[in-house]
Design a protein around this ligand. Structure first.
Ligand code: GDP
Ligand code: MG
Length: 443
C-alpha cells in the first residue's frame, strides 16, 4: 500500500493545483489504507471527512505540492486524533490510587497489570499491590501471582470461591493499612461481551472508585475492537486505553477506532509478552504504521524534490487575475488545459519513471471528464455562469438534459467549482506572496 500512496503523491507532482478529482483519488487510497489497517468503517468515514475539509482549505493551497500537503494533513490528523490528551497513569488520589483493568479475555489484562506495576515501581517510585478478581479461572489468579513477582510488586491473595467485589474491598483495606501507593485490580474477561460480566465490572467500579479505569485491547482484534470498545465505554467511565500486542503484524488500526469510539487517550502500548514489553504510546510512529509508511518524512522530501515550477507559475498567474472567479473562468481553465495538449500529452513530458508509475491511470477517461465538464458549463446561460448560486433544482435538470448527463454530475461540477472558488479567494494576499517567493522571486 505504501507503494500506492507514494505513486499517487508522485503523480501529483506536476500539478500545482488541488482539484476535487485529485483529492478524491488520493483520499480513496488513504481510505483503503485505513481499511486495510482494520480501522472500522464508520471511523474511516469520519476521518476522511475531516481530512477532506482540511485538504480543500488553505493548508494545501499554501504549498507548492498538493500531494505532499495532503499526505502531511492525513498524517497530522492521525497523530492529533490518536495522541490527544495523552498522559502517564493518573495517581492523583488519596493513596492507594486504585487502577481497574477492563477488557476481553485474552486482551492482555493480567500481563499488562504486571507491566504497569513494574512501570510504576521503576519510573514513578511507587509501592504497588496487585489483586486478581478473576474468580472464574483458578489459573488466572496464579498467573497474576507469578507476573507480579517478576515485576517486583506485592500480590494480594484471592480464591475462586470469593466474590470479586469482596476481594477488591479486602485488597483495598490491606493496601491502606500497609501504605501502598497503588492498587492494581485485574479482572475477569469473557470471550465475548456479556451482560453478567458488564454488571460485575460495574459493581467492582462502584465499590473501589478507581482513579484510572483502563481498557485493555488487543491490537490484532481489528474491526471487532469497535464493538468491544463501545460495550465497555457504555458500562464504565474509561480513563485510558492500553493497546496490547503491537509487536504482532497488525497495522494497528484498532488504535484509531478505539480512540475515536471511547474518547479515552491511548496511554501505553504492549510490545512483547515479557514484563518489560510496555511503551508509552507514540502516536507519531503509530500513524506511520497505520498508513503503511514507515518514514513519512522521507516520502515528503522525495515529493518536494519533484516540484513543478512551471505549473506553479501558471497557477499563480491565474490567481493574480482571479478576482471574482466564476464559472466562465473555470471554463477558460478547462479549455486552457485542452490547449496544452490534454492530459496524455502532458504525461508524455513527464520522466519515464513517473509515467510508469502512473500507467494505471486512465488518461482517456480523464480527458472525457474534462470534455463533459466543458459540456455542462456550455449548457448554462451566461447569467448562471457568472452567478452559479442561482442554479437550483430546476436549472440543474435543464442543464443536465442539455449536456446529456445526470443531475449528480452537474452537482459534482458545482461542488468542484465552489471549492476552487474558495481556494482562489484564500490565495490572494499572503499566500500569494509566499507562492511567488517560493517560485524564485518571479511575478
Ligand atoms: P487477559 O486474559 O486479558 O488477562 O490476557 P493475558 O494477560 O493472560 O494475555 C493473553 C496472552 O497474550 C498471553 O499469552 C500473553 O502473554 C499475551 N500478551 C499480552 N500482552 C502482550 C503483548 O503486548 N505482546 C505479545 N506478544 N503478547 C502479549
Ligand atoms: Mg487475565
Amino acid at each position: 500500500l505504501s507503494d500506492k500512496l507514494s505513486r499517487l503523491v508522485k503523480q501529483m507532482r506536476g500539478q500545482a493545483r488541488i482539484t476535487e478529482d485529485n483529492v478524491q483519488e488520493m483520499l480513496r487510497e488513504v481510505r483503503m489504507a485505513l481499511l486495510e489497517a482494520d480501522v472500522a468503517l464508520p471511523v474511516v468515514r469520519d476521518f476522511i471527512a475531516r481530512v477532506k475539509e482540511k485538504a480543500l482549505g488553505q493548508e494545501v493551497v499554501g504549498s507548492l505540492n498538493p500531494g505532499q500537503a495532503l499526505v502531511g494533513i492525513v498524517h497530522r490528523e492521525l497523530v492529533a486524533t490518536m495522541g490527544e490528551g495523552v498522559s502517564d497513569i493518573n495517581l492523583a488520589a488519596q493513596p492507594p490510587a486504585v487502577i481497574l483493568m477492563a477488557g476481553l479475555q485474552g486482551a492482555g489484562k493480567t500481563t499488562t497489570t504486571a507491566k504497569l506495576a513494574k512501570h510504576l515501581i521503576e519510573k514513578r517510585k511507587k509501592k504497588v499491590l496487585t489483586v486478581s478478581g478473576d474468580v472464574y479461572r483458578p489459573a488466572a489468579i496464579e498467573q497474576l501471582k507469578t507476573v507480579t513477582k517478576q515485576a517486583g510488586a506485592e500480590w494480594f491473595p484471592s480464591t475462586p470461591d470469593q466474590q470479586p467485589v469482596d476481594i477488591a474491598r479486602a485488597a483495598l483495606d490491606y493496601a491502606r493499612k500497609q501504605y501502598f501507593d497503588v492498587l492494581l485490580v485485574d479482572t475477569a474477561g469473557r470471550l465475548a461481551i456479556d451482560e453478567a460480566m458488564m454488571r460485575e465490572i460495574r459493581e467492582l467500579h462502584a465499590a473501589i472508585k478507581p482513579v484510572e479505569t483502563l481498557f485493555v485491547v488487543d491490537a490484532m482484534q481489528g474491526q471487532d475492537a469497535v464493538n468491544t470498545a463501545k460495550a465497555f465505554k457504555e458500562a464504565l467511565p474509561l480513563t485510558g486505553i492500553i493497546l496490547t500486542k503491537l509487536d504482532g503484524d497488525s497495522r494497528g488500526g484498532a488504535a484509531l477506532s478505539v480512540r475515536q469510539i471511547t474518547g479515552a487517550p491511548i496511554k501505553f502500548a504492549g510490545t512483547s509478552e515479557k514484563i518489560d514489553g510496555l511503551e508509552v504510546f507514540d502516536a507519531e510512529r503509530h500513524a506511520g504504521r497505520i498508513l503503511g509508511m514507515g518514514d513519512i518524512v522521507a516520502l515528503v522530501e522525495q515529493v518536494q524534490a519533484g516540484v513543478d515550477i512551471d505549473a506553479a507559475q501558471k497557477l499563480a498567474a491565474k490567481v493574480k487575475s482571479g478576482a471574482g472567479f466564476d464559472l466562465e473562468d473555470f471554463l477558460m481553465q478547462l479549455r486552457q488545459m485542452k490547449q496544452m495538449g490534454g492530459l496524455s500529452t502532458l504525461m508524455d513530458k513527464m520522466p519515464a519513471q513517473v509515467q510508469a508509475k502512473a500507467g494505471q491511470v486512465d488518461m482517456d477517461k480523464a480527458e472525457r471528464d474534462v470534455r463533459r465538464k466543458e459540456g455542462i458549463i456550455c449548457s448554462m446561460t451566461p447569467q448562471e455562469r457568472r452567478k452559479p448560486e442561482i442554479i437550483k433544482a430546476t436549472r440543474k435538470r435543464r442543464i443536465a438534459a442539455g449536456a446529456g448527463v445526470h443531475v449528480q454530475e452537474v452537482n459534482r461540477l458545482l461542488n468542484e467549482f465552489e471549492q476552487m472558488q474558495t481556494m482562489m479567494k484564500k490565495m490572494k494576499g499572503g499566500a500569494m506572496m509566499k507562492l511567488m517567493r517560493r517560485m524564485g522571486g518571479k511575478g
